[in-house]
Design a protein. Structure first.
Length: 701
């Protein structure tokens, strides 16, 4: 264990567990068995000693008086949130017995529901995956964040690969595409600022003039869901003005002719109409990109949360190969580099434990459509185990999600730190350890380091780690495979190919001692091609997509809901809504931390003065945002930071901490993306009207 003694204090190495590309290395200071400070590791090159406001308050979260610290059994109706304490033995015995009875009829009637409440291999899907595979439960398609973008990368670059975030400091041009980095990727922003001070040009591409966009040299305020059209328009200019790296295209790409034909369909004038910008902006952006080296693109996940999200990522990820940007260490693009790590998922979560595998494969439920699944799956879902997620708050189309969770015939187990919206619907609520109380190892998707997390303190109360809980359930259900009794260290050992050259001879013991270690990856990994696609090239034309019946070449796929693509719907709900993350929350995590919620104050939405005036809405007024799926309330901010026709509302508040008892997902849709089955949170039309009043449990009104 990596613990540094400093006088009477201990300094413990840790890692931030949250769904963020930064995955910071932590220094946790412990005095007399209590954490007194959580800080960034100053020696870690991407953390460089700095933490976001959220994680710097992690001790406050761990020691919150609202922590769930003993097993609880439901005492009232679903959703009331009334519980009585029970022992671990009583809870685990009853849960195992009830899951067993459902499994006797059909184990596919059991569904695990989890995502990235922790990104660790141990407390994430390590032991949990093994348990549910052995049970034969339905599989969960974990789509709610990144699956569209992952599909776009897989069919273009061959996987979740890209440039090293530290290299952005040396770029001369950075396109920050669909990302408010100051809020959601703070440590990348540090490197972008270094590049800016060295003379680089920063361009933000975002419907909203975010804090990040306001600090860039240029801001292209396109309409939501039109990113692919802009990328294709840039390609048209690059090709027409011969701003290509012909050698790189010839040697390291596949399907240029098909892509050129597609790009020819998107002249700047058409792109301007689609995106709601000037044709000159398309031309200027393309010329800037084609004439600047090194040129780098930083994408984030907002742009792929529309119907055509995967195609948008495909189109944007094609740009670096056209101009040869991959030749430079400070050139290329980054959405996720999680695929750069040598993982061994078959050993980690053990799908071979599924009874009858591989001939038998249980059904798969898409987590982004959990509302419909709970109400209409056939056979029905009879038992649900939720961990590392808060679906009642974060899943789209809240009314259906709430109806599904309210089913009295649905047996629900929730493993949690707090009594979240989802926990209120649990039959059993089990107390989980926080990152300060358990061991784990983390990969990241925003940089190229492995990180170890050591427990800084003993578990509070009766809290137990996820891995311990699932080991105990496996034992009670009579599952005797050694994989279900594996230690946390064995789970980590199974997660990674430790003999791969990218790990460079690193051992788990060494990682735990150092706290973090960088993968051995070339400075410019695709300077000479070598993409992990079937062809080894950047695939503008994907034979795999063609074989599956999809368009093999990137295209703009219009949104489900926009004035242009659905004028009948827009006649009733004329405003496009996007719901980026609030600066002081991490999805729905930290919403219940008093200091952070007070800083965030209340649910708010930003509306352009033109749209506000047309509705008689004034600054600071309580408004209702609604469509045919539902409604939620927020405080209006009238501002030109958003463009006409677009409303911005920040998420994700817990329903029960939001005015009116609903958050932004009351209006979002369960419709899925073009590829990857991802959610379409930012593909949403609404209307905004006066509300009677606005009160929140935070005491701010």
């Amino acid at each position: 264990m990596s613990t540094l003694e400093v006088a009477a204090e201990r300094l413990v190495r840790g890692a931030c567990p949250h769904d963020c590309p930064d995955t910071c290395a932590l220094h946790v200071t412990v005095r007399d068995g209590r954490v007194i400070k959580v800080a960034g590791d100053p020696a870690h090159p991407t953390t460089h000693g700095a933490l976001c406001t959220k994680v710097s308050r992690y001790a406050e979260r761990t020691y919150s008086p609202d922590r769930v610290l003993q097993p609880m059994k439901r005492a009232g109706r679903k959703g009331e949130g009334r519980f009585v304490p029970v022992s671990w033995d009583e809870a685990l015995d009853d849960i195992a017995a009830r899951l067993g009875r459902v499994a006797e009829r059909d184990p596919q009637r059991i569904l695990p529901y989890s995502y990235a409440g922790t990104m660790g291999w141990v407390q994430g899907e390590g032991m949990a995956g093994r348990f549910f595979h052995r049970l034969g439960a339905s599989l969960l398609d974990r789509t709610i964040c990144s699956s569209a973008g992952m599909a776009g990368m897989a069919h273009t670059l061959g996987g979740a690969v890209g440039m090293d975030v530290e290299r952005y400091a040396d770029a001369q041009l950075i396109l920050i595409w669909g990302s408010n980095s100051i809020t959601s990727n703070l440590h990348f922003w540090t490197f972008a600022q270094q590049a800016k001070r060295r003379g680089a040009t920063l361009v933000a591409i975002d419907p909203y003039r975010s804090d990040t966009a306001a600090k860039c040299h240029r801001h292209v305020a396109l309409l939501p869901g039109t990113d692919a059209a802009l990328a294709l328009g840039m390609m048209q200019v690059l090709i027409a003005e011969d701003l290509l790296d012909h050698d790189y295209v010839a040697r390291h790409t596949l399907g240029f002719e098909a892509l050129a034909r597609r790009a020819a369909e998107y002249p700047p004038e058409r792109v301007a109409r689609i995106c709601g910008i000037d044709a000159g902006e398309v031309v200027e952006l393309a010329r800037l990109y084609g004439r600047t080296r090194p040129a780098a693109i930083r994408l984030n996940y907002g742009l792929q949360r529309c119907r055509g999200g995967a195609n948008a990522v495909r189109a944007i990820m094609s740009l670096p190969a056209l101009v040869g940007a991959w030749r430079d260490p400070a050139g290329g693009a980054l959405l996720s580099v999680s695929g750069m790590l040598p993982l061994t998922p078959q050993r980690h979560t053990r799908p071979d434990l599924i009874p009858g595998w591989p001939a038998h494969r249980p059904r798969t439920i898409n987590m982004s459509a959990i509302g419909d699944a709970l109400l209409a799956a056939d056979p029905p879902i009879e038992a649900l185990v939720v961990y590392n997620s808060n679906p009642v708050a974060v899943a789209p189309d809240s009314e259906k999600v709430l109806q599904g969770f309210a089913r009295e015939d649905l047996f629900t187990v929730v493993i949690e730190h707090f009594q979240t919206d989802t926990a209120d619907y649990a039959d059993y609520l089990l107390p989980a350890t926080t990152q300060l109380e358990h061991f784990d190892v983390h990969r990241t998707y925003g940089h190229c380091y492995l990180l170890a997390n050591e427990p800084a303190i003993a578990p509070l109360g009766q809290a137990r780690s996820n891995s311990d809980i699932f080991r105990a359930l496996a034992q009670r259900m009579g599952f005797d495979d050694p994989a279900l009794a594996a230690s946390d260290e064995q789970i980590v050992g199974d997660a990674i190919d430790w003999g791969d050259a990218r790990v460079a001879g690193l051992t788990l013991a060494q990682l735990r001692e150092r706290g973090w270690a960088k993968l051995d990856i070339a400075a410019a990994p695709f300077a000479d091609g070598g993409f992990p696609t079937p062809s080894g090239k950047c695939e503008f034309h994907s034979a795999r997509l063609a074989a599956a019946g999809h368009d093999p070449v990137p295209d703009w796929v219009p949104p489900y809901e926009s004035a242009a693509s659905n004028p009948a719907l827009a006649a009733h709900y004329p405003l496009a809504l996007i719901s980026p993350p609030a600066r002081h929350f991490m999805n729905s995590t930290f919403v219940n931390v008093d200091s952070l919620r007070r800083t965030e104050r209340e649910p708010a939405c930003e509306i352009h003065p033109t749209d506000a005036a047309a509705r008689g809405i004034v600054e600071g007024e309580a408004v209702e945002l609604r469509n045919e799926r539902g409604a939620f309330r927020a405080r209006a901010r009238v501002s030109e930071r958003t463009r006409p026709g677009v409303v911005v509302a920040w998420g994700v508040w817990w329903h029960k901490l939001a005015p009116g008892g609903r958050n932004v997902n009351a209006v979002t849709s369960q419709a899925l993306t073009d590829l990857g089955g991802g959610p379409t949170f930012y593909d949403c039309l609404i209307e905004v009207a006066h509300a009677d009043g606005l009160e929140t449990r935070s005491g701010v009104a």
